[in-house]
Design a protein around this ligand. Structure first.
Ligand code: PLP
Length: 461
C-alpha cells in the first residue's frame, strides 16, 4: 500500500501528545453518547467559561468587518469604547490590506516593533524587532526552533515532568530527548546537580546536547523560578555551550505576592551571559486566554544574522502567522493605558480573572490534598495542579497505573485529566495533571465526584 501506518515516517509514530491522547478520545466518544464531560485536561480557559477581554474582541470585530468603522453612532449604541474604535482605525492605517491578506512572513512590522517595545519596557533591556517573529501560538515557535537545530544525534534537554509538545517535537524531528528531573521535594525547582547528571549521562551516550528547554512558570508543576535559579541555568548552559529555549507563556500567571516573573533574556543581559536564547510568549494563557486565535511570538537573542535569515526562510515556507492571531498578540503587548476609555473595564476584567484563578488554585489544591493518598501543593503559577497520587500495586495490564485511573475517572464521572505518565515522572510515583480553570460554582460538586471515584478505584480488585 502506498499509504499505511507502516509506510509513514517512523518519527510520526514515535511522537505522542498525551494532552489530547486516548483519554480525550474516550471522553469524546462518551460525549457523543450524551454524557456530560468536563475537560480539565488542557489549559483552554474559554472552553471552561473564562470570558474574553472586551477591548480585544471590540477591536478584533472591527478589523474583521471594517465597514463597521463607518457606523460610529451604531457602535456607540452598542457600547464600543471610543479608544477601541480609534485603535482599530489606526491598525487599519498600519495594515491597509486588512486581515484577509498575507502579511510579511515574520509578522506585521508594527506588531514586531510593538513586541520589541513590550520586552524593552518589561525588562529594561534593549530589544530589536528584527529578532522577533510573530507565530501561530507559542507551539509554532517551538516547532521552528527544534526543527531547525535537530539533526541525527542532537540532544535537547527537557524537564521531567514536561509539557509534551517538547517530547513530541523532538521525536518527530528525529532528535534525542535528554530528560532532566525537576525536584519534587523542593517545590519542583531546578537543581544544578540534576542538570549536570542529565547532561553527563547524555554525553556518555555520545549525544550532542545543544539546547535546554526551561518552562517558567511551569506546566505542569505550577512552580515559578527565582532569579538565582535562572542565573544558575544560564551559567550551566554557558559552561556546556548550550542554547536556551525559555517557554514563558505563563508569565502573567503568578499567584503569590512574593514571586516575580524574571525573564531569561533579562537575567542573561544583566549577568552578561551572551548565549543564544529563544523566548516564547503566547496569547493563549495569562488573563487573555485567546487559545483559539493562535497568537504568540518568539524573540531570539544573541543569534547570528545569517541564522536569523535561515530561520526566516523556513518561517516563510508557511507564508505567515494567521492575521487575527497577530492582532491579538499586538493587543496583548499594547493593552489600554490609564486615561483610555477602555482602561477601567480592562483592569477590572484582568483582576477578576486573575483573582479567580488564585482562589481556584488554592481551593482545588486543598481539596485534593485533604484526600488520603493524594498530596498536592498550591500551584504558585501557570494553570495546573500536579498532585502526587498513591495507586495500588496491582495488575493494570499494559497501562501505567495513572493512565488506568484517569480512564476510570472519565468513565465514572466525565472528568478528563491527563495521567502523569504523559508528562514523565520519577519511577514508582504517580501523578495527574488537572487544570484549575473550572468555574468556581462547579468546583465543590466536581471535587466530590473526583474523591468518590478515587476512593472507589483504590478499592477495586
Ligand atoms: C508550557 C507551554 N508551552 C506552550 C504551549 C502552547 O501554547 P500555544 O501554542 O497555544 O501558544 C502550552 C499550551 O498549553 C504550554 O503549556
Amino acid at each position: 500500500m502506498v499509504l499505511s501506518k507502516n509506510t509513514l515516517n517512523p518519527n510520526v509514530l514515535k511522537a505522542e501528545y498525551a494532552v489530547r491522547g486516548p483519554i480525550v478520545e474516550l471522553a469524546q466518544n462518551l460525549e457523543k453518547q450524551g454524557r456530560e464531560i468536563l475537560y480539565f485536561n488542557i489549559g483552554n480557559p474559554q472552553q471552561l467559561g473564562q470570558p474574553p477581554l472586551t477591548y480585544v474582541r471590540e477591536i478584533l470585530s472591527l478589523l474583521n468587518h471594517p465597514k463597521l468603522l463607518n457606523k460610529m453612532e451604531k457602535l456607540q449604541d452598542l457600547g464600543f469604547a471610543s479608544d477601541s474604535v480609534e485603535r482599530a482605525k489606526k491598525i487599519m492605517e498600519l495594515n491597509p490590506a486588512g486581515l484577509g491578506a498575507y502579511s510579511q512572513s515574520a509578522g506585521m512590522p508594527f506588531i514586531r516593533q510593538a513586541v520589541a517595545d513590550f520586552i524593552s519596557k518589561r525588562d529594561n533591556i534593549p530589544t530589536d524587532a528584527k529578532n522577533i517573529f510573530i507565530t501561530d501560538g507559542a507551539s509554532k515557535g517551538v516547532d521552528l526552533i527544534l526543527n531547525s537545530i535537530i539533526t541525527d544525534n542532537v540532544g535537547i534537554m527537557t524537564p521531567i515532568p514536561q509539557y509534551p509538545l517538547y517530547s513530541a517535537d523532538i521525536n518527530l524531528f528525529g532528535g534525542k530527548l535528554v530528560s532532566y528531573y525537576l525536584d519534587e521535594d523542593s517545590n519542583w525547582g531546578i537543581n544544578r546537580e540534576l542538570l549536570e547528571n542529565s547532561y553527563n549521562k547524555a554525553r556518555a551516550d555520545e549525544i550532542d546536547t545543544k539546547l535546554i528547554v526551561v518552562i517558567n512558570p511551569n506546566n505542569p508543576t505550577g512552580s515559578v523560578l527565582s532569579r538565582e535559579h535562572i542565573k544558575m541555568v544560564l551559567e550551566f548552559a554557558k559552561k556546556n555551550n548550550l542554547m536556551v529555549l525559555a517557554d514563558e507563556v505563563y508569565q502573567e500567571n503568578i499567584y503569590h505576592d512574593e514571586d516575580k516573573f524574571h525573564s531569561f533574556a533579562k537575567v542573561a543581559h544583566e549577568e552578561g551571559i551572551n548565549i543564544p536564547i529563544f523566548s516564547l510568549h503566547s496569547t493563549s494563557k495569562g488573563f487573555i486566554g485567546e487559545c483559539g486565535y493562535r497568537g504568540g511570538y518568539i524573540e531570539m537573542r544573541n543569534i547570528d544574522d545569517e541564522v536569523l535569515l535561515q530561520l526566516l526562510k523556513i518561517r516563510s515556507i508557511g507564508l505567515c502567522a494567521n492575521t487575527s492571531g497577530q492582532i491579538v498578540t499586538y493587543l496583548m503587548v499594547t493593552p489600554p493605558e490609564e486615561g483610555d476609555t477602555s482602561y477601567e473595564l480592562y483592569v477590572r476584567e484582568r483582576k477578576d480573572i486573575l483573582d479567580s484563578l488564585t482562589r481556584k488554585a488554592r481551593i482545588i489544591a486543598n481539596e485534593l490534598d485533604s484526600i488520603e493518598g493524594i498530596s498536592c501543593a498550591t500551584p504558585r503559577g501557570a494553570m495546573y495542579l500536579f498532585p502526587n497520587i498513591k495507586l495500588p500495586d496491582r495488575n493494570y495490564g499494559d497501562e501505567p497505573a495513572d493512565f488506568a485511573f484517569t480512564k476510570y475517572l472519565v468513565e465514572q464521572t466525565g472528568i478528563v485529566t491527563v495521567p502523569g505518565s504523559g508528562f514523565g515522572q520519577k519511577q514508582d510515583t504517580w501523578h495527574l495533571r488537572i487544570t484549575f480553570l473550572p468555574p468556581e460554582d462547579k468546583i465543590e460538586s466536581i471535587m466530590k465526584k473526583f474523591k468518590k471515584a478515587y476512593l472507589d478505584f483504590i478499592k477495586l480488585k
